[in-house]
Design a protein around this ligand. Structure first.
Ligand SMILES: [Zn+2]
Length: 143
């Protein structure tokens, strides 16, 4: 599975817990998957908490399930159009990934851009690529 598919998987997981479409007031949904060194894929997503809590971030949660040398994929799904949005991990999450020995982190920037953080090489870059395959239907599901 390529990184594009894994970002899409993270996006699909982000919107997979929308139970009551009218009561869920979130403007976006965040999901993270980790490809572990043993090939197993583990997943986590943000909760619908209205309080800001860095421990509830999807990428922080997935760290606990991922082992050393895992690669993490973080996707934000916008509620307004169902496309990818900026999912760059915050400082807390990046520090957590370093503590857990995560190798790399891919994140969505928009439907046409993604970012990569390499914890091994200590660099980060943003690249253009159409990573949106029109699979997510957050907007339709929510209304
Ligand atoms: Zn965070």
């Amino acid at each position: 599975m390529g990184f594009t598919n894994l970002l899409q998987l993270a996006g699909e997981f982000a919107i997979s817990d929308i139970n009551n479409k009218n009561e869920d007031i979130r403007h976006f949904f965040l999901g993270a998957v980790a490809l572990r060194a043993d090939g197993v894929i583990v997943k986590a997503r943000n909760g619908s908490s209205v309080l800001p809590c860095p421990h509830a971030h999807a990428e922080a949660r997935v760290c606990r399930k991922a082992g050393r040398n895992s690669i993490i994929f973080v996707a934000r799904i916008r509620r307004d159009n169902g496309e990818f949005g900026m999912a760059r991990p915050c400082k807390n999450c990046k520090n957590k990934m370093i503590r857990y020995g995560i190798k790399k982190c891919y994140y969505t920037v928009s439907s046409n851009e993604y970012g990569v953080i390499s914890f091994e090489n200590r660099n980060e870059c943003v690249r253009e690529k159409n990573i949106y395959k029109g699979k997510s239907n957050a907007n339709k599901e929510c209304k």
